[in-house]
Design a binder for this molecule. Structure first.
Ligand code: AMP
Length: 219
C-alpha cells in the first residue's frame, strides 16, 4: 500500500502518518523529518537545506526527488510506505509517478486532509513532538495521556520546530497555497483524490481514512 498524505502545514499529516504506519506496518517517509535529521547530523544535504528551511521556503525539487528516490529503494519500502510532505509541487508529483511506473507500482492512494486555514494556524502554534519517536502532540488539542510522557515510546523529552513561529507559519501557508494546493486538482483530475474531513478529532480522521482504504481494497 502506497499512501500520499496531502494537506497544508498543520493539517495533521504527520500525526496520521505515524498512526497509519503503525497500523499497516509500513514506514512513514516524512521529508520534513528527513531534512531536519540531515541538518542535525550536519550532512552535506543538511548544510544545503538549513537556510532554506529556516526561511520557510521549499527545498529544490531536484534535491527532494533525489532524497525520495533513494529512500524508496530501501527494503522496508517493499510492501508500501506513507509519504508525509512529498510531493509538494507538480514536478515532484510527476517525478514520483515516473518512479512508481518504473517500479510497476499501481496501488497509489492519495488522501487529502482538508482543514480550514484559521484552524491550521491554531494547530501549528502549540504543536510539539517526542524527541525519541517523533510522535506529534499539541499543548491544547492533543496532550500525552500521562503528562510529560510519550504515549508511544514513553520518552520524556519533547521538542518544538523552529519554523513553527507565527511569521513563518503565514509564509509556509502562502507557499502551500501557491505551490502545493494545485496538487489537489492534479490528483482529482486523475481520479485519485480521496478527501478527508481533517477538522474531525484525530481518531475520527483515522477511522475515516481506514474506511476509505477498506472501500478501495474491496473494490
Ligand atoms: P514539513 O515538516 O513537511 O512541514 O516540512 C518542513 C520544511 O521542510 C518545509 O517548510 C520545506 O522547507 C522542507 N520540505 C519538506 N518536504 C519538502 C518537499 N517535498 N519539497 C520541498 N521542501 C520540503
Amino acid at each position: 500500500m502506497r499512501i500520499i498524505l496531502l494537506g497544508a502545514p498543520g493539517a495533521g499529516k504527520g500525526t496520521q502518518a505515524q498512526i497509519l504506519a503503525f497500523k499497516y506496518n509500513i514506514p512513514k517517509l516524512s521529508t520534513g523529518d528527513m531534512l531536519r535529521e540531515a541538518i542535525r547530523s550536519g550532512s552535506p544535504i543538511g548544510k544545503e537545506v538549513e537556510t532554506i528551511m529556516n526561511a520557510g521556503n521549499l527545498v529544490s525539487d531536484e534535491t527532494m526527488i533525489r532524497i525520495i528516490e533513494d529512500r524508496i529503494k530501501y527494503s522496508d519500502c517493499e510492501n508500501g510506505f506513507i509519504l508525509d510532505g512529498f510531493p509538494r509541487t507538480i514536478p515532484q508529483a510527476e517525478a514520483l509517478q515516473g518512479l512508481l511506473n518504473k517500479l510497476q507500482i499501481k496501488d497509489l492512494i492519495v488522501l487529502f486532509l482538508n482543514v480550514k486555514e484559521d484552524e491550521l494556524v491554531k494547530r501549528i502554534s502549540g504543536r510539539y513532538s517526542c524527541k525519541n519517536c517523533g510522535m506529534g502532540y499539541h499543548k491544547v488539542y492533543n496532550v500525552p495521556k500521562v503528562p510529560g510522557v510519550c504515549d508511544v515510546c514513553s520518552g520524556k523529552e519533547f521538542m518544538f520546530r523552529s519554523d513553527d513561529n507565527e511569521e513563518l507559519v503565514k509564509k509556509r501557508l502562502d507557499i502551500y497555497n501557491k505551490q502545493t494546493a494545485p496538487l489537489v486538482c492534479y490528483y482529482k483530475e486523475k481520479n485519485k483524490l480521496i478527501s478527508i474531513d481533517g477538522m474531525q478529532p484525530i481518531d475520527q480522521i483515522t477511522y475515516s481514512i481506514e474506511q476509505k482504504i477498506q472501500d478501495l481494497v474491496n473494490k
